[in-house]
Design a protein around this ligand. Structure first.
Ligand code: UTP
Length: 293
């Protein structure tokens, strides 16, 4: 019988160099979009997909992620004493009941593939999700990870979220070529990490959401350093495709590349315009401001 996806791996051990100096002491994943850190949006998406075990692959300067998911006793006592129930509830909502958080240290930032392999002792022989928090995906309903879990449950195959990107930007992504389309998904025939536009097999780019079968772990062990001198998840997936079907899934929703400065600013504005408390005032402000541009 097919196993359920109950675990999500969050590789958050990268250097965040595109956001320096902001990320010198603060992890990229703790930068806020409106009133929540990037990390929290990612964990909420996993919870919405029915996942109950969150596995964080962390590195140096990432302790604040652990603190965010730890119980804040003193703060809670203080808020209780001051009868600040609403804020207290907000604090409790960071870790919903029955959710387990596990932290694993990636000793060196050797690449995304290596980071994922650090989760093997906890994931074991089960399918699992990989979520990169700086790729935010808004679909207004069940969430991108749930969409992908549903496809995994239907097919039993690994699933990668993909979207069309500017053909000039293929060298920022893993790029796939797919076979016959089955609507919003298709089997991947070829995958390559960060190809230059003139040799890219398409402009269909892998974004930060994966459902992987546990066979990927053996493949990562046999994967040498690839693009950028890093152990690339893409190369291990290419190897996995020799044994198993891997699907590219064109997700429903809008992706924000919040690991880059412009994408972060766009996310800030659009999430602000959806925020129940702020949207009306923020919209009024933006309309006025636009007149001055
Ligand atoms: P990125 O390519 O976005 O790298 O990694 P980065 O370090 O986060 O950011 P820049 O490019 O230096 O600005 C993709 C994802 O893989 C994780 C990152 O934390 C990010 O979520 N990662 C990358 C690891 O966990 N470990 C690594 O060794 C490399």
């Amino acid at each position: 019988m097919q196993k359920k996806v109950t675990k999500a791996v969050f590789p958050v051990a990268g250097l965040g160099s595109r956001f320096l100096p902001a990320t010198k002491a603060v992890p990229k994943e703790m930068l806020p979009i409106v009133d929540k850190p990037l990390m929290q949006y990612a964990v909420e998406e996993a919870v919405a997909a029915g996942i109950d075990t969150m596995i964080f692959i962390t590195g140096r300067s990432k302790n604040s992620i652990m603190e965010h998911y730890d119980k804040a006793y003193e703060l809670e006592k203080e808020l209780e004493a001051k009868n600040k129930t609403e804020i207290l509830n907000l604090l409790h909502s960071v870790i919903p009941p029955n959710i387990k958080c596990i932290f694993i240290r990636q000793p060196e930032p050797l690449g995304l593939g290596h980071a994922v392999s650090c989760a093997e002792p906890v994931v074991g022989d089960e399918p699992f999700a990989v979520i990169l928090p700086d790729d935010m995906i808004y679909d207004g309903t069940r969430g991108c990870t749930k969409q992908m879990v549903d496809l995994y449950e239907k097919t039993g195959s690994s699933v990668l979220a993909v979207e069309r990107v500017d053909p000039k930007e293929t060298d920022k992504y893993g790029i796939v070529r797919t076979g016959e389309s089955k609507g919003n998904y298709a089997a991947i025939e070829h995958i390559v990490e960060k190809p230059k536009p003139d040799v890219a097999p398409s402009n269909l780019a892998v974004v930060g959401r994966y459902i992987l079968t546990p066979a990927i772990f053996e493949k990562i062990k046999n994967t040498g350093r690839g693009a950028g001198g890093e152990i690339q998840l893409t190369d291990a997936i290419a190897d996995l495709m020799k044994d198993e079907q891997v699907l590219a899934y064109e997700f429903e929703g809008i992706r924000y590349d919040s690991g880059a400065k412009l994408g972060f600013l766009i996310a800030q504005v659009e999430y602000g315009l959806r925020h129940p408390e702020l949207k009306d005032d923020f919209k009024t402000y933006l309309k006025e401001f636009a007149k001055t541009l």
